[in-house]
Every structure is written in C-alpha cells, then in structure tokens.
Design a protein around this ligand. Structure first.
Ligand SMILES: [Zn+2]
Length: 376
C-alpha cells in the first residue's frame, strides 16, 4: 500500500528570516506551502506543523557552550566579540537574526518530526532541514544548528547501526562529515562542487574517506563546474547501487539542496529540475524510502518548483503540465534580485524543466571509476 506523505512545515518561517542582504533572506518554506496550495497539490491534513527542537535534541550534536552563546545572542539580537570569534556568529555569513535561533530550532525540530513520521510509517519531507555546514561548536556556511547531524544521532539512539546519509546539495556537508568521520555506523556520501573552487574549500575532497573505525565510511564526489543532468546522473546511477550493496543501510537520510539547479546563483552546477528529480527517483528505486530534508537553494522560484516535484513524487501525485494562474501570480510576486540577465520565464510556464544535457567529461568518468574501485 502507498504510504501517506507528510510535509513538515510552517508559515512561521515568514517571520524568522535572515537579515536584509543575506542570500537566505528569501521566502522558502512558506513559499513552497503557498505554491503547493495554489497548485492544488496538497491537502491541509498532509501538513504537519513544525515544532521547535528541545535543548536535549541540540545536545545530541552540539556543545553546550555554543548553544548557550546562540541563545544569549538571540535574546539581545546582538553578539559579543568573544562569541563572534569563538563561535563564528554575528558575521556576514552567519548573522544574528530571528533565523539564527528560533528558525534553526524550528527547522531542527521538523527534521526530528520527519524522522518520527518515517518511523511511524509515513513518508515525510522537511524542506527547512539540511543545514549541513554547522559544526558541533560553531556556525558555518549560513548554518547554526546541524539538523541532519542531530537526526542521524537520533537514529543512532533509536538503535540503528547502519545509517546512510546522502547529500545532494551543491556544497560539501563538512559539518556532518566532521562529526561522523570516525564512526562506522553512519556512512556519509556527498556529491558536490569541488572544494578547489567552491565552499567550504577545505573539506570535500575525494581523499577524505574517514579515519579510525570510520575509515571507508565517508565518500566524497567533488565535481567540476558546469555539471549538467547526465554527468550528475552518471554519478548517482553508478554509485548509489554500489553503496547500497557494500554498506547495506538499514535506513537513510537524504539532503535535497536545490542549489545544484542551473538557476541558482550561488553554485556553478547546471542541473535542470528534471535531472534533480531523476536523481531522487534513482535513490528511491535503489534504497526505497528515506527521511527527506531540504538544504541549500537561493533562487526561491527554482527551489519551490524543485521541491514541489519532490512532494509530487512522495505524495504519489501526477506532475501537472502547467502552472495555475494563482501559482504564476504567487511566484511572480516574489521579491528577488536576479544577478544575471538570463531569460527564465520558462520557470513560470511549466513545473518540470526540459533535461539539460551535454557530453560526459573524462574527469567525471574518472572520479566515478575511482569511487567504484573504492567500493567494490
Ligand atoms: Zn549548498
């Protein structure tokens, strides 16, 4: 029987935004909710209202001193110099704003709700989740609380011993990798822009395969600029089945950052949402269902379209050919500064993009081959 799908979300995020000039100042979860309603793709009973994480949840991953500093900075919406230096908060990258503490608590609680729903027999997607850059003791890359890391720890607490974490975000999941680097109970697999040209720069190289007991349980696929659907899907098609075979995960958590899309100005990947959806389909074909989290994504229209496709899949709905007038009106009204002159009117004409294809470069084939050799 088809499992019921739940979207863990809240309109409360509207008032929990980053500050004015931050890439995450844009509407994301609330826009997705409004879009799905405008497209008639969701029923009220499919939405589970987000609940904030508890202190106990946060301490599954984070150090108490860091959490206390976040809470204190939130209460005054200011930052001590000492905290800025030690915890990397109150910077341009990780500013003090309602998103820092209250937004992060809500996003993190939602990831745990998604995990509980999944364990209870539902399919669940938390689009606010996937803040994979935060470290146990500091903010990093727009992320304050590492909700995927907390979710993985939560699953370990539940007794799982072979958990697979898959990260499709355009950026390497350094916070998650670092925490589980010596752990063989969590296999971390990430496909991303090579750190030789993209954030987080210092982590995400192929050679980082874990250490100690965790040796062999971390796999990074750093890729060159300009990755299109067929290069990306080669990686997914070749490696997901091998990881499944080699590791035999009991459960998996999937981070679905949409900054891999061509319309995203913070990354150099050029996927269509067709390719993004296909990657999701392949993962589900091989591994069945998992716990679905959002991730990066800085073009609000592109991310809303892509996550709507994910929602259509998990809620077993047909993908509509066209956007409804109400949905077009909604997306057209989003205030968002485009940084180039490309004509993206196609985003308002249909939900699913045409595939973006090009020839498959030797360097992509090479890294897939190297990874195959590691896994076989
Ligand atoms: Zn990202």
């Amino acid at each position: 029987m088809q499992k019921k799908a739940k979207l863990v979300a809240s309109l409360a995020y509207k008032n929990l935004r980053y500050t004015n000039n931050h890439p995450l100042r844009i509407p994301r979860v609330s826009l997705l909710m409004e879009f799905l309603k405008a497209m008639d793709l969701i029923e009220e009973e499919e939405i589970v209202e987000s609940k904030p994480a508890t202190l106990k949840d946060l301490l599954l991953f984070h150090e108490e001193e860091y959490i206390n500093a976040l809470r204190e900075s939130d209460s005054c919406q200011c930052v001590k110099r000492e905290y800025r230096e030690r915890f990397n908060i109150g910077t341009y990258e990780n500013p003090i704003s309602p998103a820092m503490w209250k937004g992060s608590l809500l996003a993190t609680g939602s990831s745990l709700q998604a995990a509980d729903l999944f364990l209870g027999g539902f399919l669940a997607f938390n689009p606010a989740g996937g803040m994979h850059h935060a470290y146990s003791n500091k903010a990093n890359g727009f992320c304050f609380i590492n909700d995927p890391g907390i979710t993985l720890q939560y699953l370990l607490e539940k007794g799982y011993r072979r958990i697979l974490y898959i990260d499709l975000d355009a950026h390497h999941c350094d916070g998650v990798q670092d925490f589980f680097y010596e752990d063989d109970r969590v296999f971390v697999f990430s496909i991303h822009q090579s750190p030789s040209y993209a954030f987080p720069f210092k982590r995400g190289f192929f050679e980082e395969r874990g250490s100690g007991k965790g040796r062999g349980y971390n796999l990074n696929i750093p890729l060159p600029k300009g990755i299109k659907d067929n290069e990306y899907l080669l990686v997914v098609e070749e490696l997901i089945p091998l990881i499944a075979q080699a590791y035999k995960p009991e459960i998996y958590v999937l981070q679905l950052g949409t900054d891999v899309l061509a319309e995203d100005y913070l990354s150099k990947f050029e996927l269509s949402n067709f390719g993004f959806l296909k990657a999701f389909d392949i993962i589900r074909e091989v591994l069945s269902d998992g716990i679905y989290l959002g991730g990066g994504g800085y073009n609000p229209i592109a991310l809303t379209r892509a996550w709507s496709l994910i929602w259509c899949r998990i809620s077993n709905r047909e993908i509509p050919k066209e956007l409804s007038p109400r949905a077009i009106g909604l997306l057209s009204s989003v205030e968002f500064e485009e940084f180039d002159e490309v004509d993206r009117s196609y985003m308002l004409k249909s939900l699913l993009d045409n595939p973006r294809k090009d020839y498959i470069r030797e360097e992509v084939k090479d890294i897939v081959e190297r990874a195959r050799n590691e896994l076989l």
